[in-house]
Design a binder for this molecule. Sequence first.
Ligand SMILES: *Cc1c(COP(=O)(O)O)cnc(C)c1O
Length: 372
Amino acid sequence: MTNIQMVDLRGQYHHIKAEIDKAIIDVVESSAFINGPAVKQFAENLAKYLNVKHVIPCANGTDALQIALMALGLEPGDEVITPSFSYIAAAETIAILRLKPVFIDSDLDTFNLNLDSLKKAITPKTKAIIPVHLFGQVCDMKPILEISEQYGIPVIEDTAQAIGADYTFPDGKKKKAGTMGDIGTTSFFPSKNLGCYGDGGAIFTNDDTLAEKLRMIANHGSKVRYYHEIVGMNSRLDSIQAAILDVKLKYLDQYIQARRNAAEQYNTLLKEVSDVITPYQAPYSYHVFHQYTLRLKKENNHEVQKRMAEKNIPTMIYYPVVGHKQNMFSSHHDVHLPVAEQLQKEVLSLPMHTELTTDSIKYIVDNLKTAL
Ligand SMILES: *Cc1c(COP(=O)(O)O)cnc(C)c1O
C-alpha cells in the first residue's frame, strides 16, 4: 500500500473534473474575476443549503472571524471567550483588534468548549463568545445560546471545520452549524469539508442589520463605491473560487457521508484496540468528521506520529500547542486549563478524506496497532 495521504484533493477533483473545468473556464471567458455572477450564485445556493438568510463571502476563514468581530462594534480591552484547544484564528483575530482573548477549557470527550469553564469566564467585560465546532462536531449550542441570551453576549460560531453539520435541539428541531448564533463564519481552505482551490471564506447571519454591516466591512466599509461609512477591510471571495465551490456544494452531503463511512470503518477496526479512544459522537451533533481524531491513553502522540511516518502514513496533531501556551500569548502562560493541556498531548488525527478506501483504512489501522 503506497501513497496514503492525509487528504486527497486530486482524487476528489478527478471525479468531477469536467464540471469543475467548465466552471473555471466559464469565469475566465466572462472575465468577471471579482464579484462576478458566480459569487452571488454560490452565496445564494449556500444560504439555501444552510437555511440562513444571509451568506457574505470573504477571502478566508480568518478574515471571516475578524469581520464578524468588527461588526459587533467592540471596544479595545473588551473580553472575548474562546476555547484554548483550537486553531489559532479566533484568538488571533481577537488580539489583532486589541480585544482580550479569554481562553476556556474543553471537554475530553467532544473536544469542544466546556460549559462550566464558559460560565466561570463571564465578566461584565465579556462582549462575545466564539465557540468552535472542532473536527466536525457541533458544540452543544442550546446551553451556549441560553448563556448568550441571559447575559446579552453575542455568539460567533466558528464553523470552519463543521460546514453541513446539524445540531439537534432537545425538541427535535435541527439547525445547521453556523446558523444558530448571531454570526457564523467558515473557511473554504482546500482541505476543509467544502474547500476551494485557493483561499476563501464566508460569514452567515439571519440578522439584516448585521448582514449589511458585515457586507460593508468586507468591502472597505462601503455601500456605495468610493463612499466609505466605516473602517473596513478588503476581503473578497474571487469568482473562480466561487464557481468551484458552487459545483462542490452539490456534492457536500455526499462528501460528508463518505467521511462518516470512513469514520465508521475506523471505529469498527479500532474497537478492540486498548489505549486508543475513538472519537465520541455527541447525540445532539451530526458529526461531519473534518478530522478523525483519536486520544492515545498511554503513548506520546509525537512518538506515534513518528512511527507512523516511518511507514509512510501521515497523521496530524491538531493541536500540539494550545492557545494559552502559544508564544504570541505569553501573558496567558500562567493560565491553567487541564483538559486542553491534556488533549494537546493525547490527540492524533488519522487520514480522513472523501477518497479513503476500505483497504487503506485497514492498512492505516494495522500500522497504528504496531506503532502503539
Ligand atoms: C481553517 C480554520 C480557520 C481559518 O481559516 P482560513 O481560511 O485558513 O483563514 C479558522 N478556524 C478554524 C477552526 C479552522 O479550522
